[in-house]
Design a binder for this molecule. Sequence first.
Ligand code: FES
Length: 87
Amino acid sequence: MKPTDHICLCYRVELEKVCKYLEREDPQVASLISECLDAGTGCGWCVPYLEELHRKHKAGEPLTIEGTPEAYAEGRQAYKGKKREGR
Ligand code: FES
């Protein structure tokens, strides 16, 4: 995904905003990323990705998310469908 792609689709938070937050604030736990424009506090789809970014930040690895924004959005749709069905 590109830096300007939305990592949190619920709150339209761009990947680069989360990366800058991680670099600036260096949060001890991934859940604090919610302080960055409420990322991760909606449907929950992006939480594993936010946790992965946090892990990479702590490990000093490049803050990247593989895949296309289209596939990411499709994955969220499937996730939301499963949540609605109670699975
Ligand atoms: S996509 Fe981030 S909470 Fe829904």
